[in-house]
Design a binder for this molecule. Sequence first.
Ligand code: COA
Length: 173
Amino acid sequence: MPVSPYRIEPLQKQHERGTFASGSEPLDRYLRQQARQDAEKHVAAPFVLVAPPAHEVLGYYTLSASTVAADELPAELAKKLPRYRQLPVTLLGRLALDRTMRGQGLGEHLLLNALHRAAVAAAEIASMAVVVDAKDEAAIAFYRHFDFMPLQAQPARLFLAMGTVTKLFGQLP
Ligand SMILES: CC(C)(COP(=O)(O)OP(=O)(O)OC[C@H]1O[C@@H](n2cnc3c(N)ncnc32)[C@H](O)[C@@H]1OP(=O)(O)O)[C@@H](O)C(=O)NCCC(=O)NCCS
């Protein structure tokens, strides 16, 4: 198997963020101006895609602990769960790839890496799903392609049950 030239690692000071252009200004601005602060304050954990030895960021995603209200989940799923009002989830807050890198499977690579990381963490700090806030129709379609389902009443907020995520990877970590 060929060795991947890419690595996904926690965002650090040495990563160059200035040239990152995903086609979404809010996602680019977040990476440039907010991501490091969020990491320092433990509000979000940003991970970046790089091609070592270069430090230029080619893509990124963020993960945070979050909750959803049980009544936001589809009734079919909610009725199988204990009757807690709030349920723990992992929020995939943002995910973006530089425009120049699109269409080669790297968006999928970022997503699978985020799901794997969420599943490993959930083995020790429970989380019953990965939730994403899709910013537009194209993003909704991207997540639907990977079997994410909309939460009730919020079509741009989608989730993938952690049971489904862990099955994707078999034995963890
Ligand atoms: C969404 C994004 C990460 C996709 O990255 P990408 O590298 O172009 O996608 P990939 O090449 O990894 O595609 C993987 C699979 O997803 C599919 N796919 C990609 N974008 C899709 C979309 N918008 N809708 C439906 N399917 C999509 C591809 O067809 C491919 O399917 P296949 O493996 O069955 O052929 C990228 O377009 C991006 O960064 N967009 C701007 C930011 C954004 O919208 N982020 C989403 C969260 S807010």
